[in-house]
Each structure stands twice: as C-alpha cells, then as structure tokens.
Design a binder for this molecule. Sequence first.
Ligand SMILES: Nc1ncnc2c1ncn2[C@@H]1O[C@H](COP(=O)(O)OP(=O)(O)OP(=O)(O)O)[C@@H](O)[C@H]1O
Length: 295
Amino acid sequence: MRTNIHFIVNPIAGKGKNELSEALLEAYFPKTEYSVSIKKTEFVLHATALTKKSIEEGAEIIVACGGDGTINEVASCLVNTSVIFGILPMGSGNGLASNLKISKNIKRALAIIKNQNIIAIDTGTINGEPFFSNTGVGFDAHVISDFEENTTRQLFSYLQSTLRTLKKYHYKNTVELKYNETTELISPFLLFVSNSNEMGYKMSLTPRASLQDGLLDLVIVPELSNFKLFIFTLLFLFKKHHWLEEVRFKQITSLEIKSVDNIILKTQKDGEFFVPKEPKIEITIHPKNLNVCVL
Ligand SMILES: Nc1ncnc2c1ncn2[C@@H]1O[C@H](COP(=O)(O)OP(=O)(O)OP(=O)(O)O)[C@@H](O)[C@H]1O
C-alpha cells in the first residue's frame, strides 16, 4: 500500500512566496510508493483546519512547511496520535527545526522526511493550548504583539519590535508563581518557558533545554534597572545572560502564573501572540507525545 503523505504550506512564512512543486516531491516520493497531497494555507489557523482534514483523509505523515507558527498549528492536531510529523523549515526564525537539526535546504529536509528516522518529543501546553518551542509572559509577549503589526516577518522586524518595546515597556504586574513546590511573588520583566534549546535565528535563552527530557526550562528575569537591562540584552546576544545574578533558571514539569490583580496577562506561544481567557496561566509538559522525523 502507498504511504499517504500531506504537505501543508504556509506561503507567507519567512521571506514569503513559499512554493512546493509536485515535480520536486515526485523525485523523493514517487507515485508508485506514495500518495502525495499539497495544501496551501490562506489565513491564520487554516493550517489547523487543513491538518484535521488530512487526518480524516488518512494521512500517515503530515509535513508543516513554514515556521514555528505553522508548526504549532499543524503539530497541535498530531499530539497523542500515531500520525508522523515532518518539518520543511520555511519560516523566519525556525527555532524548533534548528533544535532538531533539520536543514533549511529543502532537498536535505525532504531527505530527512523520506528517511523516516522518527523520535518522540515532549510538547507543552499553556492553558490547554499546545506549544512546541516556547511560551512566555512579559517582555517577549509584548515584542510579539508589536511584531505582528509588521508587514514583513524578518529578523530586522524582530529587532525593530524589540527596540520599540524596550523603549515603552513598563511591566508592573505582580504575579504569583508556583513551580516545583515553590510559591513566590514577583513583578517580572520576563518569564520564559522553553521546550526547545533555540528560539530562532540561532538565539537562545535556554541553551541547555532538551526536547526529550520530560522537563520545561523556565527563565525568570525580574524587573531590572535600565543599566542592568542593557547588560542583560548584551549578554543574551552572546548566550551569557546566566552571568547576571538576577537571572534564574529552573527546570519544571508545570508552572502556574497568576496575576494578583486579576489582570489577563499577555503571552506568546511559539512566537504568536496569545491572550489567555483567564488571569491564571497553567503551563504543563507532556512527555514524548509527538512523533517527529529527524536527521
Ligand atoms: N495565507 C496566509 N496569510 C496570512 N497569514 C497566514 C497565511 N497562512 C498562514 N498564516 C499565518 O502566518 C503566521 C506565521 O507563520 P510562521 O510562524 O510559520 O512563519 P514565520 O513567523 O515567518 O516563522 P517563525 O515563527 O519560525 O519565525 C502563522 O500565524 C499563520 O497562522
């Protein structure tokens, strides 16, 4: 029987104009052995709808062709199923693909899918919504909120949004954090929770995070003076932010973040802006519940 493989292409991810030709796919997945389907997304969350349809159509491998946002929409439908997840990195940051050492070169990435070396990876949820790379409350969510106003999705736009957010960011929310039997009150600059060791563009707040350790890596950055913030930014660019004593690292299986003033906190998941429905945020790890093609 032929293997049923579906490709979900986000045409606007990364530099945009992403295409996948049938002729190229035929070279890797000949019609005698594979039944191949290519679907293009036309709007936000379309990848989720297309993936659900592909599952109904009996797809055995579903490939997200885009960045971390597209991966999130596709893979969210595949957790706890036997459907195999593949990635063709076509995004801007491509954090998860980079952690999995999946090449941005389309032919190399196709060869990885063809090889079918499959591993099970951990996934996370924030208030029940899956994430695969990272999620966060505070500064990163505000950067993403600003970034989503941009027309281009390039590194330069991220830098512009970061600078704009640095100028106007006054985060005064006090939250109660619960993790590893610890409870603390904090007014954070940033609470960053990562499953992956990369956030995209080879940058990382959690270089030691693993996709298979059953743990999430939490970075707690409290409110900082402007001088300390400058130092933090500089150290982060060189992956040395752990040198700053205010920055704390924890490995957790779950985290509760609750605004003491009952405010809905802005968050991001896998680089997309996400506004929870309640003031309480619950983040949880789900060990090895997604099967992914890797090198
Ligand atoms: N046709 C479309 N028009 C507008 N938005 C789309 C379309 N198709 C998908 N999207 C949305 O595009 C967004 C960005 O996709 P994605 O994250 O894959 O790319 P990226 O931001 O360039 O990459 P990365 O997250 O790795 O930096 C997703 O939120 C997705 O819902």
